[in-house]
Design a protein. Structure first.
Length: 279
């Protein structure tokens, strides 16, 4: 974490600016936060920790890392990086709200670097396990344990804000983005993972077709990326373990997937673009 990135973070106790002293972040009121050996910092307020270890657990995070590094979602990672590169900033400040284990951020920074754009990136997630892996994978970025509804990012710091399949925290997103800043919100297409759901459920269902207007944000276009993947059993189980379906699938459905030697399913992301309206 460098000084420019530390300046983009804010104290979870008083909301003040943070500075960096060695491996410690400190605000003017002397609230201090030590960085872990991997380089991330925990900025989740104690009153917001609704569990001893909030966010995705180690097993889910490990499944997501294995699946994303397999290349199955590379078209989505590539599209996200290209959208950031085309946003019009020579040296953008980027915030990833709900960054997970960092695979998307790795692709975004590599894409921007190839385009000659020197970005500063801050990512945060409720899961300490995810943030630890992200900090190792993308050491030039700054990562923090934190939540979208109590985001540890300074007002107006972000030129680009990323939200990939994470909760939409309208007020905090508006606060973090500078006027005119770009929000890239990734949501599933109606048929995303339909083949997986055909195995898991007796009556598979399509995802909702999200087309929402958000106060304070102006629609700026969208891009849809779709495809089909065929996965072996191990990778299909990793995919299952990283989705919400893992927690609400009947035992019979999970058993069917466990016995399935190969899974073919449609995949699809819609990248919804918004500009932060001027105040």
């Amino acid at each position: 974490m460098n000084a420019a990135q530390a300046a983009g973070l804010r104290c979870p106790v008083c909301g003040g600016a943070l500075g960096i002293w060695g491996r410690t972040l400190r605000c003017a009121k002397n609230h201090s936060f030590d960085m872990a050996k991997e380089g991330y910092v925990n900025l989740l307020p104690i009153q917001k920790r609704h569990a001893a270890d909030p966010g995705d657990g180690k097993a889910m995070v490990a499944a997501r890392r294995s699946f994303l590094q397999s290349g199955a979602y590379d078209p989505f990672r590539k599209a996200l990086g290209e959208l950031c590169a085309r946003a019009g900033y020579a040296a953008p400040h980027i915030v990833d709200a709900g960054c997970g284990e960092g695979s998307y951020d790795r692709t975004v920074l590599d894409t921007l670097a190839a385009a000659g754009q020197e970005a500063q990136l801050i990512g945060f997630d409720l899961s300490k396990s995810a943030v630890r892996l992200a900090a190792k994978l993308v050491p030039q970025a700054a990562f923090a344990v934190g939540g979208s509804f109590c985001a540890p990012v300074a007002d107006g710091w972000a030129d680009i804000l990323l939200n990939v399949f994470s909760p939409f925290a309208e007020a905090e997103f508006s606060r973090m983005l500078r006027p005119g800043g770009l929000l890239i919100y990734a949501v599933p297409t109606p048929r995303h993972l339909f083949g997986l759901k055909e195995v898991l459920y007796d009556q598979p269902y399509e995802n909702p077709d999200i087309r929402t207007q958000y106060p304070g944000f102006v629609p700026a276009g969208e891009q849809t990326v779709t495809g089909t993947v065929t996965l072996d059993n191990a990778m299909a189980l990793n995919l299952f373990a990283m989705t919400p379906y893992y927690y609400n699938t009947p035992t019979e459905g999970a058993q069917r997937l466990a016995q399935c030697p190969e899974l073919t399913t449609e995949i699809g992301f819609r990248f919804l673009l918004y500009r932060r309206a001027a105040s």
